[in-house]
Design a protein around this ligand. Sequence first.
Ligand code: GLP
Length: 240
Amino acid sequence: MKQLTNMNVQVVSDKQAGGQAGFKVFEQALANGAKVLGLATGSTPVTIYEQLVASDLDFSQLTSVNLDEYVGLTADHPQSYHYFMQQHLFNAKPFANSYVPDGTNADAAAETKRYDAIIKENPIDLQLLGLGQNGHIGFNEPGTDPESTTHKVALTESTIAANARFFDNADEVPRFAYSMGVGSILKAKQILIVAYGEAKAAAVAAMIQGPVTPDVPASYLQTHPNVTVILDEAAASQLD
Ligand code: GLP
């Protein structure tokens, strides 16, 4: 464990160790009385969810609020974030209430307002985040207003390309998503962000050591008082 910034940065050997380290953050948050967990998708959180599923932690009295969802995908689409959460966590560990933006709601103004009301009613105790290669968090792409709330996002070409691996081809990747805003994320009491691999190294360095700038949405985490960062050595390789 190294203290590089005001963030608590932990460098682990691999994703499995990252899963265990991330699990401990969840375990501690629950022991401290956390009632609302902000959850994330992508490949990064999978080993944490594996540890949560294998544990005896009980989420049946808790609420979960997910970061984002593709616009246009139904909850049962295998690449929807609803489906991901069912497969990786909720089927094994149901929550009292689980919220994910509704990608099938074509009325963006109504959906983003609905989701903001959910977040307001369920203030997030611990927010889990992955990191995009371009420094995005949730689907908050570079240029996002740091005070943003839930909004409809046009995905960047680099995000579409990065996520194409989950689809048959890049044409099938949705072009829009609903995402909690940077401002919504920063309201969480505690934040855990995890990144693995060389492809994330530049974004990790910019997040922790670069200027706080809309060009790197994750850099706003420098302004939050309680952030834990879990990295493998490759993701940490561009840190001083
Ligand atoms: C997507 C998600 C993000 C996630 C990012 C990184 O864009 N919206 O929440 O952090 O991908 O994904 P991965 O963990 O697979 O690298």
